[in-house]
Ligand binder design. Structure first.
Ligand SMILES: Cc1cc2nc3c(=O)[nH]c(=O)nc-3n(C[C@H](O)[C@H](O)[C@H](O)COP(=O)(O)OP(=O)(O)OC[C@H]3O[C@@H](n4cnc5c(N)ncnc54)[C@H](O)[C@@H]3O)c2cc1C
Length: 380
């Protein structure tokens, strides 16, 4: 549902220029420093990408899912470390606020996220609660008028530079129904951001653990009703999964371009390696998977806009897209031969970046579980 085709066309053209002129040239620096270079951040902010799908009423771009997916097909060509900083401001944390926050809570937090003045951080995982998020043990206990939070959150993206934490904590009872959502300012006493070991890829979006010790927060830190937290978090997953599918298609297109450039330039046996049928097959398979991912992301995004998306289809799209991305990254590294294995080549960096997308926001095994349950439960 492209609301204003002319405005969207302009936006896509501007995004393409941003990617080619600013983001791709700064990728190697971002990977080396694990920090988004300032000019890239400024350009991203100027385009309004921190509020990519936040409502216009809070200063966001207010994009539909289809418009967002189209944009991610373009922006996905740049290293995913960029997107992990700006897009999380419209991601899981903001979606919980939009779904269940009071007007005062939304007005307090969302404009800063849309402008990129605050960076959102979604705190669900724990050392002993990864895929099995419902087993988390961070607690929120009533404390006077407010709450006291204690616990340990693991690998929270953007934690070191966060300006807002969306924390899932147990307010009572076992399992999913005992979990509530709290929005917390990271400057609150009792919040400790704890560095973790360097990660393999997606550098630029820093990850840290967060320890809460006797962290006291006011009553209005609770978002929605007690016991609704995990349900709210899961409700935002469709959007995240479609976003990642579109991102994967964009990254596949980039990898194919990197491979194509190398295959045309590199000569062996007296001609470009691109002329070898075995190399051509790597491109044919990769381009078919990129096309399928692109079509899937756009079609399901339209379905979400009109309210007909089945959650299992979003899981299937994330599964297919990120697994296909892994195959494409592997093939394009193969096209580069030894050069692709050397640190400093774009394909080596993107190969590392791509790998985490099969783990984040639900591993491939968890997506398969969702799809299998849906298929066996509902039939095809
Ligand atoms: C770079 C990075 C950034 C992250 N950012 C965030 C963040 O911002 N916020 C946040 O809350 N978390 C974040 N995470 C954590 C991420 O969500 C988890 O890593 C993910 O949910 C998987 O949990 P786990 O790593 O504990 O793996 P585990 O759950 O221990 O799984 C290990 C393996 O077992 C498989 N497995 C587990 N259960 C089943 C099952 N029932 N059936 C079949 N296979 C199963 C998994 O698929 C996986 O292959 C981040 C992780 C990384 C690496």
């Amino acid at each position: 549902m492209i609301r204003d085709p002319a405005a969207q066309a302009k936006r896509l053209a501007a995004a393409a220029r941003l990617v080619e002129d600013i983001l791709i040239p700064a990728e190697a620096q971002m990977d080396a420093e694990d920090r988004m270079p300032v000019p890239a951040r400024d350009a991203i902010r100027a385009m309004g990408l921190f509020g990519i799908s936040l409502p216009e009423a809070y200063g966001g771009l207010g994009l539909t899912m289809e418009e967002e997916a189209e944009l991610m097909l373009v922006l996905g060509r740049a290293a995913p470390g960029y997107r992990a900083v700006y897009a999380l401001n419209s991601g899981g944390a903001a979606q919980i606020l939009l779904r269940a926050g009071t007007e005062a809570q939304k007005a307090h937090w969302l404009p800063g996220l849309a402008r990129g003045d605050r960076i959102a951080c979604f705190c669900l995982s724990e050392p002993d609660a990864g895929s099995d998020a419902a087993s988390l043990t961070t607690t929120a206990r009533r404390d006077g008028d407010g709450w006291r939070i204690d616990g340990h959150k693991r690998w929270a993206t953007n934690a070191p530079e966060s300006g807002m934490l969306m924390v899932m904590a147990r307010t009572g009872g076992e399992g999913a129904r005992g979990i509530s959502a709290f929005v917390i300012d990271p400057a609150t006493p009792g919040v400790r951001i704890q560095p973790v070991q360097a990660k393999m890829g997606m550098r630029g979006a820093q990850v840290a653990d967060i320890v809460f010790e006797e962290c006291r927060v006011p009553a209005d830190a609770l978002i929605g009703a007690e016991g609704e937290g995990l349900k709210l978090a899961l409700a935002g997953l469709d959007k995240v999964r479609l976003h990642l599918a579109a991102l994967s298609a964009g990254l596949m297109a980039r990898l194919i371009d990197e491979g194509r450039r190398h295959a045309l330039a590199r000569r062996q046996f007296g001609k470009p390696i691109a002329e070898q049928p075995a190399i051509g097959a790597l491109f044919a398979d990769s381009s078919a998977e990129a096309l399928a991912t692109r079509c899937m992301a756009l079609e399901l995004s339209r379905a979400r806009d009109v309210g007909t998306l089945r959650p299992a289809d979003a899981a299937a799209a994330k599964l297919f897209a990120t697994e296909a991305l892994g195959r494409v990254a592997d093939r394009m590294l193969q096209v580069h031969g030894g050069e692709g294995y050397m640190q400093g080549s774009a394909v080596e960096r993107l190969y590392r970046d791509a790998r985490v997308l099969r783990i984040l926001d639900g591993t491939s095994e968890i997506q398969r579980m969702v799809v299998a349950r849906s298929v066996i439960g509902e039939g095809l």
